[in-house]
Design a protein around this ligand. Structure first.
Ligand SMILES: Cc1cc2nc3c(=O)[nH]c(=O)nc-3n(C[C@H](O)[C@H](O)[C@H](O)COP(=O)(O)O)c2cc1C
Length: 209
C-alpha cells in the first residue's frame, strides 16, 4: 500500500470498537513513532501520557466535549508541553547528543549557545507557542504512523486542558496538556469511515513556479 492509500484509509475516527485493543507490539510501534518525531533543534520539548485506565477516562469524558472516543478507544494519548522548560533541558539534550553520536561536549558548545540564545529571546508566551507547535508536529507523525500500521486515531483539540491537567496531576509533573489523541480500531458503525474526504482541489492548493 502506498502512503497515499494510507492517507485515504485514515480518518478522524468518531466511533471506536471498544472490544478491540492494541497489542503490545502495536502500541510499541505507535510510541516509537512518536519518539522519533522531528522537532525544532531536535529538542523534543514534549511528553506523552498513555492512558488505559477506564475510570480516569470516564472522568475525562465530560471535559472532552463528551466525545466518546476518549472512553471507547483502546488507549488515549495526551500530548503535553513542559511548564519548566529551561537550560536544564538543553543541557540534557546536549549530553544525550554527545553520548549517542560519540562527540565531545566542547564540540557541541556552539550548538548549545545557539539554542540558548534562541530560547532566551522568547518570552513565556512565545516559548509556549513554540513548544505547542512542536507537539502539533508530533501529532502529524502519530497520525501518519498509525495510518501506516492500520491503527485508527482521532486528533482532538476538543477538550478542556485545565481539567485534564487537574485530573491527570499534570501540574505536579510540570506538564500542560495540548492535544488528545485516542487510538484503537474503528467501529463497523462509524459512518465517517466511508465518508469521502473533503479536500480543496490540487489546483487551489499548489502554486508551481
Ligand atoms: C488539531 C486537530 C484537532 C481536532 N479536533 C477534533 C476533535 O476534537 N474532535 C473530532 O472529532 N475531530 C477533531 N479533529 C478532526 C478533524 O475534524 C478532521 O481531521 C478533519 O475534518 C479532516 O478529516 P479526516 O481527518 O477524517 O480526513 C481534529 C483535527 C486536528 C488536526
Amino acid at each position: 500500500m502506498s502512503i497515499v492509500d494510507d492517507m485515504n484509509w485514515r480518518y478522524a475516527t468518531k466511533e471506536f470498537d471498544s472490544s478491540k485493543k492494541l497489542s503490545k507490539e502495536q502500541l510499541d510501534g505507535v510510541l516509537e513513532s512518536l519518539r522519533l518525531s522531528t522537532s525544532s533543534f531536535g529538542l523534543q520539548t514534549w511528553k506523552f501520557l498513555v492512558i488505559e485506565n477506564d475510570s480516569i477516562r470516564k472522568e475525562l469524558l465530560e471535559h472532552s466535549w463528551n466525545q466518546k472516543q476518549v472512553v471507547e478507544a483502546s488507549h488515549v494519548l495526551v500530548l503535553c508541553i513542559p511548564t519548566d522548560f529551561g537550560a536544564d533541558h538543553i543541557q540534557r539534550f546536549i549530553e544525550s547528543t554527545a553520548q549517542v553520536r560519540g562527540e565531545t561536549l566542547e564540540s557541541l558548545d556552539g550548538y548549545k549557545k545557539m539554542m540558548e540564545g534562541f530560547v532566551s529571546r522568547k518570552d513565556e508566551t512565545a516559548l509556549n507557542i513554540w513548544m505547542t507547535n512542536q507537539v502539533y508536529i508530533s501529532l502529524g507523525h502519530l497520525l501518519t504512523a498509525c495510518a501506516a500500521m492500520k491503527i485508527d486515531a482521532c486528533p482532538m483539540e476538543g477538550f478542556i486542558s485545565k481539567e485534564y491537567d487537574r485530573i491527570l496531576g499534570l501540574e505536579e509533573k510540570n506538564l500542560k496538556s495540548v492535544l488528545v489523541c485516542p487510538i484503537g480500531f474503528r467501529s463497523e458503525n462509524d459512518k465517517y469511515a466511508t465518508a469521502p474526504k473533503v479536500r480543496f482541489p490540487r489546483e487551489e492548493l499548489f502554486i508551481h513556479i
